[in-house]
Design a protein around this ligand. Structure first.
Ligand code: SAM
Length: 309
């Protein structure tokens, strides 16, 4: 990956190292960081809640790429996709940081009003034909040569919302869809529309889009890590993939964009887990500015990768 530094081992890999950031300092750092980059306010629409339109502060986007650089320093011109790309925060940053070349970057967005921002920001011109207005869960939304299993990096912050199973194109292929659909055909809920957590479907979709050995970084709410009804999904993730890191952010991170959801970034590769490997579990919660904390997490991750190489 261009821009990767010479790797040095900062010490023994640490699991669960606490990184201190207060919600106040997080919000402050996110604001300053966005102001520095001249980021315009995202074009929120009336479908905001239904489509989970809470955009990622640049500070988190930068962290995700720092962390991916640490996990996959060897990548050259990776193919990247954000299947719920909104105004394109992850895609624009991939161009700015020269993570790859623009012709290797793809994005999908469902809401035409949000997609209108691509034109204003110039992203549409740079990613000509590779920004798709469609459903990120729909395997036919992309051209056939760029579908499942083609992307070296799958990045993004998918919508956190509940959708009817009947609204998910090809939903039966997702384990989460099948579990939820099966659970509602019995008892009191019989006959009611079956609703499913969209973010859980997107976790599966990120894995589906990744190439064998490819890596995904996904922002998810706490529920995916803690909700008992999603235990099957955690088992699916932990037994089928290599989880490099789970970084928990405090509530303040997304407050500027209108949600107090507690979020995490999960970074995993599409390869069977190696029992000897460690994962980095970091809780970003304390007094340090978020950018500094995030960089420190990425540094620990880099140490972990080198130690295991
Ligand atoms: C949480 S926002 C994040 C946007 C962007 N990835 C970011 O990090 O700033 C989720 C985006 O997904 C879009 N969305 C919702 N459902 C979708 C779907 N089924 N397919 C593609 N995009 C969808 C929403 O309109 C919204 O723009």
């Amino acid at each position: 990956m261009p821009g990767a530094r010479q790797l040095t081992l900062p010490g023994e890999p640490v699991q669960g190292e606490p990184v201190n950031v207060t919600p106040a300092s997080v919000a402050e750092a996110a604001t300053q960081h966005d102001a520095l980059r001249g980021q315009a306010a995202p074009p929120y629409t009336s479908s905001r809640r239904a489509l989970g339109q809470y955009f990622t502060p640049d500070v988190i986007v930068e962290f995700v790429y720092d962390a991916l650089e640490a996990v996959r320093p060897e990548l050259v011109r990776p193919a990247i996709i954000d299947p719920a790309c909104g105004d394109g925060a992850f895609l624009g940053t991939a161009i700015e940081r020269s993570v790859t070349t623009p012709e290797r970057i793809w994005g999908i967005e469902k809401d035409a009003a949000i997609a209108a921002a691509w034109d204003e920001s110039g992203l549409l011109a740079r990613l000509d034909g590779r920004l798709v207005l469609g459903d990120g869960l729909d395997s036919t939304a992309l051209p056939s040569h760029m579908r499942e299993g083609q992307f070296d990096l799958v990045v993004g912050n998918p919508p956190f919302a509940r959708v009817s199973c009947s609204d998910v194109p090809g939903g039966e292929r997702f384990l989460t869809w099948r579990r939820f659909a099966a659970g509602r055909t019995r008892g009191r809920r019989r006959g009611r529309p079956v609703k499913v957590p969209l973010e859980a479907l997107f976790l599966e979709r990120f894995a589906e889009l990744a190439a064998p050995g490819g890596t995904a970084a996904i922002v998810l709410p706490d529920g995916v890590l803690a909700n008992r009804r999603l235990a099957f999904l955690r088992q699916w993730l932990l037994t089928g993939f290599t989880v490099h890191a789970i970084v928990a952010f405090p509530r303040g991170v997304f407050s500027k964009t209108g949600t107090t959801a507690k979020t995490n970034v999960i970074i995993f590769s599409k390869q069977r887990p190696d029992p000897g490997r460690c994962s980095l579990l970091a809780d970003v919660d304390g007094r340090e500015p978020v950018l500094q904390a995030a960089r420190r997490v990425a540094q620990s991750l880099r140490g972990l990768q080198v130690a295991q190489a």
